[in-house]
Design a protein around this ligand. Structure first.
Ligand code: FES
Length: 112
């Protein structure tokens, strides 16, 4: 059975821990990141100005690789929930996407 709202983000074996892969979901840019054996996917849009977070392809983390960091003004977001813990949009959060794995592919969708 297939659910048409799921879209392939990338191959599972393309992601190592704390690596990210970008994708487009219904014309919306997103990224999926592996963290402690779990996958988290977010819309690639900073809550501060609504622009993409990264300035290089696939680069979303801060120097210590502890947080997702917006390249424009440096806002920091938790990896597990996308919550902004420092920066101009503190208290706001990235829009999280659902993920699942099917036949070694990472699938994503907007939450229902
Ligand atoms: S645009 Fe992301 S912190 Fe300002």
């Amino acid at each position: 059975m297939t659910d048409s709202s799921w879209h392939t983000a990338c191959a599972l074996n393309a992601l190592e821990d704390k690596q990210a892969a970008e994708f487009t979901l219904d014309d919306t840019p997103g990224f999926v990141i592996a963290h402690k054996g779990e996958l988290r996917a977010y819309v690639n849009r900073c809550p501060h100005l609504g622009i993409e977070l990264n300035w290089m392809p696939g680069r979303f983390l801060d120097a210590e690789q502890c947080f997702i960091q917006c390249a424009t003004h440096g806002a920091l977001f938790s990896l597990d929930k996308g919550l902004c813990i420092a920066g101009p949009c503190q208290g706001e959060a990235l829009q999280q996407l659902d993920t699942r794995i099917d036949q070694d592919q990472i699938l994503v969708r907007f939450p229902e």
